[in-house]
Design a protein. Structure first.
Length: 415
């Protein structure tokens, strides 16, 4: 395929398209896939609310909290989550991902971390992860606001009180928004996608991490194993604090969500974020996807970092306005979660995740030596792009942009 005025390799991107969906007459919008519209419509605001309420009711989900109580602590919470995922669909392969962690930093004693995995096998081994952390932590009555204030007044970072011995790991840390909201989103995607009856090309892994609040421990252990096994991970959609529509400054925004992606400009993570924007805008047009050209907020992080550190494409969803007074404190209760807003963020996720999982694998545009098959031949003016076929693809769409633009401006469908 040849396209004019493409002076830079960075101005090209290519995607494979799956077989045509059912009759276009069934679609409300020209390019919409009825299968994805059904998934978006299947997201339940009421179920999201119940999930957040139940998670918060465990009192705390601190990684080092009690594991013997049937009603309180991380042990009871993870057993409930596993039961819900198993009940969602017999197609989900639900299990614990166990890691023995030695005392370190905020892990103040040797501990067994239990990540929760729900795998929906696809036609291919390529994996798409949908992730969130289900653990919580309390920094005391002032929560994250107190920590932010201490950092602002003390040039040197203050000592981490959570790493000190003698911590009460069972103190109240309901974590309704951080990160009950992301956990509920992930569980709802697993339910809706697995029970849809659709067959996906990619294998979907819905993962809920422990130890995030202690330094991303659970996610890092899992991703290190993925990297060692050279697992074909295509993307990670991570959600962390995605349920609050009212910020700490009183501003209300229930109509947008932030998506962070690390650079450089043409990294696979940035391309994944652009894909979310394109798909989310199509299927949830009333919700604005705000792309942020940063790995994450200043001085903060989440589990997508583990994927980025090993070269995998990964992004993180964040609510439009955060309320730091409720984060990492006993006041992070369900009243701070807007279920309708959380449902909109969940619909954006389900559309983007399913669209990527239904599609064939990305076309291979490199030769045996890893060189990109783009030349200036024969005219010297045009860019000639070649690629190897993707199994299952019926067409390809080539995107390009002006050399100074940050998003794809033009596209052409080719057979």
């Amino acid at each position: 395929m040849r396209a004019r005025r493409l002076p830079l390799l960075s101005c090209l991107v290519l995607v494979a398209l799956a077989g045509a969906p059912p009759s276009h007459a069934q679609a409300v919008r020209p390019d919409a896939d009825p299968r994805l519209e059904a998934l978006v419509a299947g997201i339940s605001e009421q179920r999201l609310r119940r999930t957040v309420d139940t998670l918060a009711a465990f009192g705390t989900r601190n990684t080092l909290s009690t594991t013997t109580s049937p009603t309180r602590g991380i042990g009871a919470a993870r057993e409930w989550i596993v039961g819900e995922l198993k009940a969602a669909s017999p197609r989900l392969q639900v299990s614990y991902d166990l890691h023995q962690v030695a005392q370190q930093g905020r892990i103040t004693r040797d501990a067994e971390l239990r990540n929760i995995l729900a795998v929906l096998p696809g036609r291919s081994p390529r994996r798409i992860y949908v992730t969130a952390h289900y653990d919580t932590v309390s920094l005391g009555a002032t929560g994250q606001v107190g920590l932010n204030a201490a950092r602002a007044t003390t040039p040197a970072a203050p000592a981490d009180a959570l790493a000190a011995p003698g911590q009460d790991h069972d103190q109240p840390a309901p974590g309704a928004n951080d990160n009950g909201s992301g956990t509920a989103l992930t569980m709802e995607l697993a339910r809706v996608i697995a029970s849809s009856g659709l067959e996906f090309d990619a294998t979907l892994v819905f993962a809920l991490w422990a130890g995030e609040e202690q330094g991303l421990v659970g996610a890092r252990a899992h991703v290190q194993a993925l990297a060692a096994a050279r697992a074909p991970v295509e993307a990670d959609f991570n959600s962390d604090i995605v349920g609050g529509s009212t910020g700490g400054d009183g501003a209300v925004d229930a109509e947008s969500v932030r998506v962070y992606a690390e650079g450089p400009e043409d990294s696979m993570s940035r391309s994944l974020a652009r894909f979310v924007h394109r798909v989310g805008t199509l299927y949830v047009p009333s919700h604005r996807i705000r792309l942020i050209a940063r790995h994450d907020r200043f001085g903060r992080g989440s589990d997508h970092s583990a994927y980025n550190q090993h070269g995998y494409a990964a992004i993180v969803f964040r609510e439009s306005n955060e309320n730091f007074a409720k984060q990492h404190s006993p006041s992070d209760t369900p009243e701070g979660v807007d279920a309708a807003y959380l449902a909109r963020n969940t619909r954006v996720n389900v559309a983007a995740v399913a669209a990527l999982a239904l599609a064939p694998a990305a076309p291979v545009v490199t030769d045996d030596r890893g060189g990109v098959r783009v030349t200036r031949q024969p005219s010297g003016y045009d860019a000639t792009l070649q690629w190897s076929p993707s199994a299952g693809a019926v067409a390809y769409r080539v995107y390009w942009r002006d050399g100074w633009a940050t998003d794809w401006q033009y596209s052409r469908l080719v057979g």
